[in-house]
Write a protein that binds this ligand. Structure first.
Ligand code: ADP
Ligand code: MG
Length: 257
């Protein structure tokens, strides 16, 4: 991580509740261009909520979200707060492209159609250009021969790689991964890990929620440990994993080892 790179995404003092349940209690973090920021923490600590708030899939009640120096504009306050500018929401969501634990491919579309769908319908790009890019991306993630099959005909690892190709097809400024390997058998996990590592080496900006501490240690510039909706500790992976300061982080790491 270099502090001179411009921030792609900044989150400042973000608060998010579901009804009476306060899930994020004031979280701040920055992902600069080329950074890989990993989020670790126990189940229920708010990792998925943070990613979903960041790309405006979920509303938040307080705090700022700033995408490439452009703060999200809100109307209303607290529980009534909502993004005010629909075009901005779409711009941010397409630029912070998300990869989900359960792949979320469209079952009734071929793999190629899955990858082409959003660039054609949301970004209104020309179909031919999108198809060329989609085929290149499928080849890049190692499933160039699967363009014309349906998701159900692929293994979990192949489906997740298709989902990564689909996210890349939007030409996003950053990728957000939410436990991308958690639904996979161990032998299929590695094929997805390899793709994520290759993207990190290309200098992609990424935020990665993962239970895989080795992956977090290998790819991250910065690791954030969330505990009950607050950042308990953060730092470069060597320091965080090598000499954790917080007792909670130590407990968490020994439980996941
Ligand atoms: P993590 O990804 O770290 O496991 P989540 O962000 O999914 O944690 O969840 C944080 C807390 O928010 C949990 O207590 C969870 O039950 C709650 N939560 C998540 N999504 C919802 C929702 N849509 N409605 C109500 N509570 C939710
Ligand atoms: Mg989660």
């Amino acid at each position: 991580m270099t502090d001179t790179n411009p921030p792609v995404l900044e989150i400042r003092d973000l608060h998010k509740s579901y009804g009476a349940l306060e899930v994020l209690k004031g979280v701040s973090l920055t992902a600069r261009r080329g950074d890989v920021v990993s989020l670790i923490g126990s189940s229920g600590s708010g990792k998925s909520t943070l990613l979903r708030c960041a790309n405006l899939l979920e509303d938040s009640q307080q705090g700022d979200i700033i995408f490439e120096d452009e703060p999200v504009t809100w109307r209303g306050q607290g529980p009534h707060r909502q993004p005010a500018d629909r075009a901005q929401v779409i711009r941010i969501r397409t630029n912070l492209s998300m990869v989900f634990q359960q792949f979320n491919l469209w079952a009734h579309m071929t793999i190629l159609q899955n990858v082409m769908e959003a660039p054609v319908t949301v970004l209104k790009e020309q179909r031919d250009a999108v198809e060329t890019r989609a085929r290149e991306l499928l080849a890049k993630v190692g499933i160039g021969d699967k363009a014309d099959v349906f998701p159900a005909q692929l293994s979990g690892g192949q489906q997740q790689r298709a989902a990564i190709a689909r996210a890349l097809a939007m030409q996003p400024r950053a990728l957000l991964f939410d436990e991308p390997t958690s639904a996979l058998d161990p032998e299929l996990e590695q094929e997805v890990v390899r793709v994520i590592k290759a993207l990190a080496e290309e200098g992609r900006t990424m935020m990665l929620v993962t239970h895989d501490m080795r992956l977090a240690a290998d790819v991250s510039d910065h690791v954030v440990f969330l505990h009950q909706g607050l950042i308990e500790e953060e730092g470069p992976p060597d320091r965080l994993f090598g000499s954790p300061k917080s007792e909670r982080l130590r407990q968490f790491l020994s439980a996941t080892a």
